[in-house]
Design a protein around this ligand. Sequence first.
Ligand code: CP3
Length: 342
Amino acid sequence: MFLRACRLEPVENVPVWFMRQAGRSLPEYRRARGNVSILEVVRRPELAAELTLQPVRRYGVDAAILFSDIVVPVAAIGFGVDVQHGLGPVVANPFASEADLERLRPLQPEVDTPYVIEAVKIAVEGLSPFGVPLIGFAGAPFTLASYLVEGGPSRSYARTKALMRSDTGLWTALLDRLADIALASLRSQVIAGAAAVQLFDSWVGALSRADYERYVMPASRRVLEGLKDLGVPRIHFGVDTGELLALMAKAGAEVVGVDWRVPLDEARARIGAGFAVQGNLDPAACLAPWDVVANEAREVLRRGSGIGHVFNLGHGVLPETDPDTLARLTDLVHATSPDSLR
Ligand code: CP3
């Protein structure tokens, strides 16, 4: 059903999965993972594949997303990135000059990230009894650049935007390298068996439409267009991207991820015909009493209209979410007839 919805084909039920469904709020995740750092988990394919499967077993979701992180490829080529527990990616020596481009050599997935390829293969095999496809993913050039330039999470992206405007040549070279790295990684994941891909441009909502079009869209397009021949659905997602939705669709996606700020029917009107949408229950709504969650989920379904809609949260599962809520949510989505939504 997930792949059918991505292709705008009729479905018996609206497919559902949750961004950041692997881990976080699952006790079986915490047990399996122990105290190992995320980048170390990713280097153990059996463990990464197991964590990928857990939410499928527990929730009965219609898609799995590979257990990995957006910084895995740049870490693998030795840029010097660490992921700090509870904080996110941190870079000891941020990207600042022409010389730093040399730290971003092309990714050779078979050599640099063989464990990702292996995890995809193991996960795909483990998913086959469930008939559930695997989503491969990568960080989009802007969002990755923001970590490399800022050195860690940021509110304003001031350094990133300063580089973008003050040395546009260097910025473009940086984004092109990150695009090639994302593309190589995604291609290797699809060739290993991923049935769809999601390009996470989580923080691109910090940009105006004009700046997105000028400084970012060409690199994101390079990634998405570079996957076209593989024929898998391409999902393009960011947070706070209400103003950018149409451009993100045009960059070369079949499915546009929508956060909780824009209702799906309105998002569709902005994007135009011919695209599926993914989203968009507020992750924080999952912390409310069940009746409230159920009502908000039904509203999302209604606005999604049952065709070309992949149900999801508007961003990742919050760590404090009760896994039972996600299980009930999955059941609610599956129990709703798409015909009743039109
Ligand atoms: O379902 C899944 O969780 C699959 C695996 C997954 C991770 N990261 C594992 C992870 C996925 C799909 C991601 C993507 C990711 N990573 C994004 C895009 C999605 C989004 O949320 O917008 C971004 C921006 C990152 C960068 C990143 N990595 C952040 C901001 C953080 C810290 C905050 C957090 O979510 O805990 C990480 C760390 C991270 N990535 C952890 C995991 C399991 C936690 C590691 C830890 O706390 O030790």
